[in-house]
Write a protein that binds this ligand. Structure first.
Ligand code: ACO
Length: 375
């Protein structure tokens, strides 16, 4: 009997041509392109195209691609009525899971796993997830959903559908960059969940449901919301040490720190730290950045741990005025493009993902009939 590798740490479980992580050097690549120039000079749509087609688009190809996606940005009546039927306290990630499941039921191409059908469905999913997130948010506030505007970029339209106001260029570009940075990241837990489901030849929608479910947990996508809750609970720089003493003393994890793969700083964090500093105070009181920086420095001094992508993204979303419990759904908006790329990759060259478990239970023992067992 072989030992299991707890949490599959260090196990290579799939081949992918999508993203590559160098955990020792702190580098991330999408299809061979370093994340830094992509984030500094590119856009979410461009990186999405790259992941789906393997090459950077020409200007014309990108315009056509984004136009097609914008044309799919809508809220089907069936999804709206299911969202309206949810209890108002339904968590946004749970609502999103429900919405994606309904989207799968009303797509005529739902069960078709061919490349053309998959890429068309991927376009619909990536375009409709932000509409679903915004619609559920409006409905739980007792407001009607706002119609998408295909003339706007996805990031701009998402902020408008959430708030009812057209955001400025700074805010939409910032959101676009967070979506780009969240787009893909190797075989993280949610992407692995998608690939496992896709490997059974279940369809794209079923696989994306698995991704949404896996992302919702606080050790994964839920960490951006929890990191912000922590900063709110700490409240001021002079309380950082006492907070960390208490939490670390009780062996509790500090959300937004640590990473399974990176041994140095997560390369996405540097972009988000800079954005968090630049945007601080755009909405609400300034000071979140200063506090976040103090916690980051104290965590490094105490545990030698670096922050991950979720940590400063929390401060960025706060500055953009995004409600706390929508932080993780916005992560899903970005990551959905990566999930779809992995599902297509799995469908193109499939083998059922079916690892084994090391059995640690009782040795073989005789069955005793119920009337012969002691009470
Ligand atoms: N706070 C305090 N200590 C930590 C943290 C943290 N955030 N992360 C790791 N450590 C410590 C652990 O206590 C452990 O110490 P020990 O060896 O003395 O017991 C050591 O570092 C290794 O930690 P593991 O949990 O075994 O590392 P693993 O690779 O399994 O977990 C994970 C990685 C889940 C990201 C972990 O660092 C964590 O829970 N972080 C907080 C949640 C978080 O921010 N998640 C987002 C990750 S990025 C993403 O999903 C997009």
């Amino acid at each position: 009997m072989t030992d299991s590798q707890k949490g599959l740490a260090g196990v290579t479980a799939a081949d992918t041509a999508l993203s590559r992580i160098d955990g020792e050097e702190g580098r991330l690549f999408y299809c061979g392109y370093d994340i830094h120039p992509l984030a500094e000079q590119g856009s979410f749509g461009e990186s999405l195209y790259l992941l789906w087609y393997g090459e950077l688009p020409s200007r014309m190809a990108l315009t056509v691609f984004e136009g097609l996606l914008a044309g799919e940005r809508r809220l089907p009546a069936e999804v709206e009525s299911v969202l309206r039927a949810l209890p108002p306290e339904t968590a946004p990630m749970a609502a999103l899971l429900t919405a994606v499941s309904v989207l799968g039921q009303i797509d005529a191409d739902g069960p078709n796993n061919g490349f053309q059908a998959d890429i068309e469905k991927a376009g619909r999913i990536v375009s409709m997830i932000p509409v679903c997130v915004a619609a559920h948010h409006r409905l739980r506030l007792g407001l009607d959903p706002i119609e998408p505007d295909p003339d706007l970029s996805l990031a701009e339209d998402l902020l408008r559908m959430l708030t009812g106001e057209r955001p400025d260029d700074v805010a939409s570009k910032a959101l676009d960059k967070t979506l780009l940075l969240y787009l893909d990241h190797g075989l993280n837990a949610s992407t692995f969940a998608c690939r496992v489901v896709a490997s059974t030849l279940a369809d794209l929608y079923a696989a994306i449901c698995a991704g949404v479910a896996a992302l919702s947990g606080p050790l994964h996508g839920g960490a951006n919301e929890q990191a912000m809750r922590m900063l709110d609970a700490i409240g001021s720089v002079d309380r950082v040490d006492a907070y960390l003493d208490r939490e670390l003393g009780a062996n509790r994890k500090i959300m937004g720190f640590g990473h399974r793969v990176y041994r140095v700083e997560d390369p996405r964090a540097s972009h988000l730290r800079r954005m968090a500093e630049e945007l601080d105070g755009l909405h609400g009181e300034p000071g979140t950045y200063e506090l976040a920086r103090a916690v980051e420095q104290a965590m490094f001094a105490r545990k030698g741990l670096y922050c991950n992508v979720d940590y400063y993204c929390a401060s960025v979303y706060r500055s953009l005025g995004v409600p706390l419990d929508l932080f993780t759904p916005l992560f899903a908006v970005g990551r959905a493009g990566g999930w779809a790329a992995h599902v297509m990759e799995q469908h193109r060259d499939n083998r059922l993902i079916r690892p084994r478990a090391r059995y640690t239970g009782a040795d073989e023992r005789p069955y005793v009939r119920i009337d012969q067992r002691n009470d």
